[in-house]
Design a protein around this ligand. Structure first.
Ligand code: T3D
Length: 262
């Protein structure tokens, strides 16, 4: 159960859900929300009962990025670079390197750093009511929280530049067509579809899933020789796990495997 104010944290069936919970502001991120989000990420990362993480928002928004009213209230005292370094960058690194599968369940608008958080997840399952905006440019800022890294890798340089330079709000169908989201579903079935996906991942071999994520991430940034060597090392480790033996036995005995993360 949740002990937070601006997020809700729940865990069931191996699936942890972090829901941003400031619906009146489309879940815009205050310092409090960012701090709680980081705490919940650590909690789920360290809890062996959590095998998959879902990030979502309450109400009609996923996340509208930085809470611009909080900055205004603080006046000129806010050094945005310092704020990014203190809150956003560690959060995005934590999410990207999270050693379990992560799913952004995009229920509504994802703008600015809110879109960046969705991009930092492994999967995005979006409701037809979802929208995406690189809103930074609309307020004279530049993409942050990893958008400049994730976006061109997902949609290519030309489309990334279009989104970042125009800041238009993109509908869910276009986001799906551009490859920003993995599945596009009716709003009524978003939770069910996402949890079905999450439960499938939660039944997978946790150590192998963590290594798969690591190797795919490295594959993007390294050449073939380096990737082959990295794969070899990970495969060697994966082959020594209980779960590998269990997977092989399950196949040979024509039954479903029961992976333990050992
Ligand atoms: O500070 C740093 O560390 C730098 C980091 C920067 C990272 C960033 O994220 S910069 C980008 C910040 N986000 C934005 O610029 C997005 C601003 N919001 C919008 O453009 C629109 O709200 C949306 C396109 C997201 C959605 O539009 P719409 O028409 O569906 O909703 P709305 O009516 O604009 O918003 C509904 C309410 O949410 C409204 O409150 P009200 O008037 O009913 O009391 C609105 O003010 C509030 N809201 C929406 N976004 C934010 C927000 N309140 C505070 N901060 C927001 N970002």
């Amino acid at each position: 159960m949740s002990e937070f104010r601006d997020i809700v944290y729940e865990l069931s069936d191996g699936v942890a859900t972090i829901a941003l919970n400031r619906p009146q502001a489309l879940n815009a991120l205050t310092s409090q929300a960012l701090t709680e989000l980081a705490t919940a990420l650590t909690l789920s990362a360290e809890d062996p009962a959590c095998r998959v993480l879902i990030l979502t928002g309450r109400g009609r928004g996923f996340c509208a990025g930085q809470d611009l009213k909080e900055h205004q209230a603080q006046g000129v005292a806010t050094d945005i670079g310092e704020h990014v370094a203190r809150y956003y960058n560690p959060l995005v690194l934590k999410l990207y390197h999270f050693a379990k599968p992560t799913i952004a369940m995009v229920n509504g608008v994802a703008a600015g750093a809110g879109m960046s958080l969705a991009l930092a997840c492994d999967f995005r399952i979006a409701s037809q009511t979802a929208r995406f905006s690189q809103a930074f440019v609309k307020i004279g800022l530049v993409p942050d929280s990893g958008s400049s890294y994730f976006l061109p890798r997902l949609v290519g340089v030309a489309r990334a530049l279009e989104m970042a330079m125009l800041g238009d709000v993109m509908d869910a169908a276009t986001a799906f067509q551009w490859g920003l989201v993995h599945r596009l579903v009716e709003p009524e079935t978003l939770e069910e579809e996402t949890f079905n996906w999450a439960r499938r991942l939660a039944e997978g071999p946790p150590l192998a899933l963590a290594m798969i994520k690591e190797s795919i991430h490295r594959g993007i940034d390294h050449n073939l020789s380096e990737s082959l060597e990295w794969e070899r090392g990970l495969q060697s480790a994966a082959a020594r796990t209980y779960d590998h033996q269990e997977g092989v036995q399950a196949f040979l005995n024509k039954r479903a495997p029961e992976f333990r993360g050992q």
